[in-house]
Design a protein around this ligand. Structure first.
Ligand code: BTN
Length: 241
């Protein structure tokens, strides 16, 4: 596996896609100090200033029997939580499906994208983008995310380097990845998932549905109990709590 580090780039996910277009068999990791077009889920921007975050994309080939991209994303969330806890002693929690929270604020987001292999019509490559807000003071965030975004460390004086954190996340993730379909990590995911037992809302068509989050199923889906007693499993998207 190759590791490629940039000072600045538009987006490590975009760079990963460009590399795979040139070299279909590429596997490795792209990191950047800064992203000028950091991308979030649902077409959002991911604020990625220089020196205060860890921005990286893992370029992966699917493991055997993988039938569900949510497994990759949920495993990555567990790997990031384990890395943070090992290096800082802090106990991060997960907001389904893959936002990582500390002290009620989002510190990390994950954006997983698949690249289709045109000959076999299957997902040939997976790009797993991880963005961790490391050490900017909270006040550095743009207004629209001030109330929700947080950082791992409060000041510029982090006790852990970004290199250490990147290495720990990668080691944790690559430990889980080959055995992903055993779902062994899902119990830890459930323990860290703070939405379980809570009332949540989610969009459906033009409506907003309210339901109680009751379980994470074996595919990483969120099982919710609707007011009429029916249950429903959400497989992607975003919930509010
Ligand atoms: C989200 O919270 O909506 C997902 C954010 C994902 C951000 C990471 S940073 C590294 C990689 N490159 C990107 O442009 N996005 C992901």
């Amino acid at each position: 596996h190759r590791i490629i580090a940039h000072k600045t780039i538009d987006s490590t996910n975009l760079e990963a896609k460009r590399i795979v277009n040139e070299e279909a068999t590429f596997e490795g990791v792209i990191l950047s100090e800064e992203q000028t077009k950091g991308r979030g889920r649902l077409g959002r921007v991911f604020y990625s200033p220089s020196e205060s975050g860890l921005y990286m994309s893992l370029v992966l080939k699917p493991v055997a029997d993988l039938d569900n991209a949510t497994l990759i994303t949920t495993a990555a969330a567990v790997a990031v939580c384990q890395a943070i806890e090992t290096l800082t002693g802090k106990e991060p929690q997960i907001k389904w499906v893959n936002d990582i929270f500390l002290d009620g604020r989002k510190v990390c987001g994950i954006l997983t994208e698949g690249i289709m292999d045109m000959e076999s019509r299957t997902i040939g490559t997976i790009i797993l983008g991880i963005g961790l807000n490391f050490r900017a003071p909270k006040t550095d965030f743009p207004d629209e995310i001030q109330s929700i975004a947080g950082t791992l460390f409060d000041s510029k004086n982090a006790v852990v380097t970004r290199n250490q954190m990147a290495a720990e996340i990668l080691n944790r993730f690559y430990d889980l990845y080959p055995d992903l379909t055993s779902r062994s990590y899902l119990d830890e995911y459930r323990k860290r998932c703070f939405v379980l037992g809570e009332q949540v809302t989610f969009p459906q068509g033009n409506e907003t549905i309210e339901a109680k989050a009751v379980a994470i199923d074996d595919d990483g889906g969120l099982v919710v109990a609707l007011p009429d007693g029916e249950t429903k499993t959400l497989t992607y998207g975003e919930i509010s709590i």
